[in-house]
Design a protein around this ligand. Structure first.
Ligand code: PMP
Length: 411
């Protein structure tokens, strides 16, 4: 056994012994089963020097690709100067990122709270909604995904993840995503907030039907319920707009971000809110805090990310490339109707729904043979998602299409 394979063997053993034997098995069969040793732009390299085209894009993390040099440079500079904040003196990087987010965010989202992950952002938004409304009810969608901490899990619409941990937080009602009548029924005066992903990510890439989010906003306004947009996966240019709610002109009271916010370099999350929501923190600014939230490394990564997204017009690029890619995939659906049931999405957030669940697994394996990384959505294993870096080149888009075709032919 050569040295690199010896390491693979050892890492697999350590996964089995110290991380999780089941996860080790899943990772072995759900992808190339090799060691990740480097990544740049749209490509990930394994321990044997094989290069994979990354169409999974970390489910939205790698919107700028892997290790974007400008983000890395900004983070390295900050790393040498002041990596973590004292939290006693003012943190300038946090203030600048909050300003930059407010300048880009839709509606009157003016304030930011920084945290480290998507679930943490959702947790904070749920707490803020309770604080701002004095109500405790929550409405969320079946088949949604908001994270796996207890609060975020309580509004996640997937039994498999919820059931083993019940009872979760009380007074949560679930409605079908896109159903206006159910929402009308559910949003009463006990409800603090309706939390919704404008495009269901883990639920299998479902785009909100036209009119749905506008209606949700109207009901929320009429009934003093807060609208929380979860843009952890669909935000920051991915769908063809900087924020997905902009497709429908909707202005949420709270909006949560994570994944792409750290530029694919540093973990980062944020809750954005209006002055009305933030007024709930009056006299108690420390009622919700996070030691590492808003740390200087995450904030410089966030600022550089926003700068690059705007400067390189990556949202517009995602819209253009996304519709091309979707139309190419749809041609394949017509050619392989026994394998592909539907192609849907918005911008570079695309779902390919297979006819049967096993086909999705087999297709992912075939794609790996073509040196392409792809993953299914957590709530809908029948659906393979494509969320490549928004920076993807024309050559890589063509390579992606060719690999898909080859994989379908091989199946
Ligand atoms: N919300 C959405 C829409 C997500 O897609 C995810 C993660 N897939 C989360 C929240 C949770 O984020 P994290 O894994 O960073 O906690």
């Amino acid at each position: 056994m050569d040295l690199s394979n010896q390491e693979l063997h050892e890492v697999s053993r350590l996964y089995r012994q110290h991380i999780s034997p089941d996860l080790a098995r899943l990772m072995k069969f759900g992808g190339p089963g090799s060691l990740e040793v480097g990544a740049r732009d749209c490509r990930v390299e394994d321990h044997l020097g094989r290069s994979y085209l990354d169409l999974a894009g970390g489910y939205g993390v790698f919107s700028l690709g892997h290790a974007h040099p400008e983000v890395v440079e900004a983070v390295q500079e900050q790393l040498a100067r002041l990596p973590l904040s004292s939290r006693v003196l003012l943190n300038p990087q946090q203030a600048y990122l909050a300003r930059d987010l407010a300048a880009l965010a839709p509606g009157r989202l003016q304030f930011s709270f920084f945290c480290n992950s998507g679930a943490e952002a959702v947790e904070g938004a749920l707490k803020l909604a309770r604080l701002a409304t004095g109500r405790t009810g929550l409405v969320a969608c079946h088949n949604s995904y908001h994270g796996k901490t207890l609060g975020a899990l309580s509004v996640t619409g997937r039994e498999k993840y919820r059931q083993p941990f019940e009872p979760l937080i009380p007074e949560v009602r679930f409605v079908d995503f896109g159903d206006v009548d159910q929402l009308d029924q559910a949003l009463d005066e006990s409800v603090a907030a309706f939390v919704v992903e404008p495009v269901l990510g883990e639920g299998g890439i479902h785009v909100a039907p036209d009119g749905y989010l506008q209606k949700a906003q109207q009901f929320c306004k009429e009934r003093s319920v807060l609208l929380i947009a979860d843009e952890v996966q669909c935000g920051l240019g991915r769908t063809g707009r900087m924020f997905a709610v902009e497709h429908w002109g909707v202005q949420p009271d709270l909006l949560v971000l994570a994944k792409a916010l750290g530029g694919g370099v540093v973990p980062a999350g944020a809750i954005l809110g209006t002055p009305e929501v933030w007024s709930a923190l009056k006299g108690r600014p420390l009622i919700h805090t996070s030691t590492f939230g808003g740390n200087p490394l995450a904030c410089v990564a966030g600022r550089k990310t926003l700068e690059i997204l705007v400067r390189d017009q990556l949202a517009a690029k995602a819209a253009h490339n996304g519709s091309w890619l979707m139309s190419e995939l749809d041609k394949m659906r017509q050619e392989f109707p026994h394998l592909i049931a539907q192609v849907r999405g918005l911008g570079l957030m695309i779902g390919v729904e297979c006819v049967a669940e096993q086909q999705a697994g087999a297709l992912i394996s075939e794609l790996v043979k073509q040196r392409v990384l792809a993953v299914y959505t957590l709530n809908q294993p029948k659906v393979i998602r494509l969320e490549p870096p928004l920076t993807i080149s024309e050559a890589d888009l063509n390579a992606a299409v060719e690999a898909w075709r080859a994989a379908l032919v091989a199946l």
